[in-house]
Structure formats: C-alpha cells, structure tokens
Design a protein around this ligand. Structure first.
Ligand code: UD2
Length: 301
C-alpha cells in the first residue's frame, strides 16, 4: 500500500516492527506501543511514536486520529501467562482489541487483526481450514477467537472493513525472550553449545511461517475486497520438532546434544494450515521455506 496513514499497534514488537519497516517508505506510519516487550531501535526514522497502552483510550484516540488502516498487533503473546493470569491477558488481548475496533468505527478505518492458530485448540482436521471447529485450549486462544469473531461481526453489523489473520507458528529476526517460540529457543541453545531441549518425543508438528510472509499477508489484507473474513496464514507444510532440532544444529554447525525432557502439559500434537483460502482470496503466496528461513536467521541476513 502507498500514500496511506496507518497505525500499527504493537509496532515495536516482533511482527509489528517488521510491518512498520515495510510500510514506512511509502506511507505515513504511526506506532502505538508501551515498549513492554518491543524495542525503539526497531523503528525507522520518520515514524510517529505514541508511547502508551493500547487499552488506554486517550493514547489510542491520539494514535488513530485520521488513519486509513489499523494493523492491530499489540498483545500479550504468552500462552502460559494467559493461563497464570487470564484476566490480565484478557485486558490486553480482548478488552483493548474491542477498543481498537470501536476507534476504527470512529475513524471509519480498515482494521487488520492478528488472530492465531490458537483459535483451533486441538484441531479436528489436518491441514486445518478456516471452517474447522474452534475450541481454544487456553485463555489466550479464547481471547484471540473472540477478537477474530468481533472483527467478523463488526464488518457485518457496522460495515467496518475488517480482516482477521490467523497466524500459525511465526518466526524470524527479533523474536526473542522467554515466550518467543521454539525456533529462537533452539537457535540460542545451539549457538551457546547448550543442549537443545525437545519437550516430549519431538514427533509433534507445527507449520512455521516466516515473518516476511506474515508481512506480505498483512499488505494483502490491507487492500482486499474480501473483508469480514478470517484467513489462515502459514506455509501449508508441517515440520516435526525433532526435525527442527536437527535442522538448527546443522545450520549452526553446533555440537549441542539434542535432549528430551517432559512434554508440555496440554501441548497441541499437530498443527498445520490449509492456506488455500488466503491463496485464492488474498493472493497470498508463502515464499520462505523453513530451511531458508533458518539459514537466513543463522547468517543474520
Ligand atoms: C504457538 C504460538 C502461540 C499460540 C499457539 C497455538 C508461538 C511462539 N506460540 O504455540 O502463540 O498461537 O501456537 O496453538 O508461536 N518446544 C520444545 N522445546 C522448547 C520449546 C518448545 O520442544 O524449548 C516444543 C513445544 O513443546 C511445542 C513446540 O515446540 O510442542 C512449539 O512450541 P512453541 O512454544 O514454539 O509454540 P506453540 O505451538 O506451543
């Protein structure tokens, strides 16, 4: 997209900051972020930064004034924290998201919301299409499902242009910290020469999608006519955690042993996206294979 005024909530975070990087050269970009996990150094010059909580109506109003599109990426992304403190994560992930939708109504702005494969819980089909049953296995998943459905209903009830993108397992540069996902954990372990820790037998599978593909999906979502819909965003292929561990120790030339420990209670066994709807309707084409995505992480390119 070009020549638009856009707001990225959570714009200093992992996915948000890559999106800001893609939008900034051709659009007027605002970022609303409380920098609880995001980082200022990810933001290019020329971006307007509003420091504050997405759940703060004043900050949100200021950041959203006059925008054409809101990309809503602010969230507490830790599933385990949502289990420990469901109300706290509900405030950010659901209450604040509803504020964002309301603010978008005020501005008559399009909203692209970050939804999640977590809406499916333990899936009843593979690959998972958007019509699979939704039965989230965590408060986080419940919150994402609610936002996803609010987005759909806001399109219908108020004629708001909304799109929900259900990300599968995202990875890429800037993903870090204790809640960051298995790829960044394994990479850190392999680089440090520490044991790479598989939880359980390692036969569980995931659909790992590179952040650059996620950004391309967001740009499509910003212009599609097919609003009021949710789209799976993944690659369509699944990789076992065992295979992942080997790929990462190979790519890093690491002598780290691969070890097993207890599996995660409630872990999802298999997850993989049917991306045909996003391909057909958004023209989304995942481009980055897991091997090349990991290689570029290792090379820092
Ligand atoms: C992902 C999302 C989460 C939610 C969920 C929905 C990430 C980071 N999280 O959780 O937000 O959408 O999907 O189902 O994308 N593992 C190991 N060793 C480790 C760390 C993880 O074996 O050191 C395993 C873990 O037990 C799991 C798999 O790797 O089987 C993936 O774990 P994850 O935390 O990266 O992501 P996931 O799928 O639980």
């Amino acid at each position: 997209i070009r020549d638009k005024t856009v707001l990225v909530t959570g714009g200093a975070g992992f996915i948000g900051s890559h999106l800001v990087g893609a939008l900034a050269p051709h659009n007027e970009v605002r970022v609303l972020d409380n920098f609880s996990s995001g980082d200022r150094s990810y933001l290019p010059d020329g971006v307007t930064i509003v420091e504050g909580d997405v759940g703060d109506p004043i900050a949100l109003q200021r950041a959203a004034r006059g925008v054409d599109v809101i990309f809503h990426h602010a969230a507490l992304v830790s599933v385990s924290r949502s289990v420990d403190a469901p109300r706290r994560s509900n405030e950010t992930n659901l209450d604040a998201s509803l504020l964002v939708l309301e603010q978008a109504r005020q501005e008559d702005a399009r909203v692209v919301v970050a939804s999640s494969a977590a809406v499916y819980g333990h899936p009843d089909e593979l690959p998972i299409s958007e019509t699979a049953s939704t039965d989230p296995a965590s408060p986080y998943g419940i919150q994402k499902l609610a936002v996803d459905q609010y987005a759909r209903r806001y399109a219908e009830l108020y004629d708001l242009e909304t799109v929900a993108l259900r990300y599968f397992n995202a990875y890429g540069p800037r993903q870090q910290g204790p809640y960051s996902g298995v790829i960044s954990t394994f990479l850190e372990q392999a680089r440090a020469g520490e044991p790479v820790t598989i939880e359980g037998d390692g036969e569980q599978t995931r659909d790992f999608v590179h952040v650059s593909d996620i950004i391309r999906a967001n740009l499509r979502a910003a212009t599609t006519d097919a609003v009021g819909e949710a789209y799976n965003i993944g690659t369509g292929s699944r990789t076992s955690i065992k295979e992942l561990a080997e790929t990462i120790t190979d790519a890093t030339d690491s002598d780290s042993p691969i070890v097993h420990r207890d599996s995660r209670p409630g872990d999802i066994r298999h997850s993989g996206a049917d991306v045909s709807k996003a391909k057909r309707t958004l023209g989304f084409e995942p481009r980055v294979s897991l091997k090349s995505g990991i290689q570029s992480l290792v090379d820092g390119t």
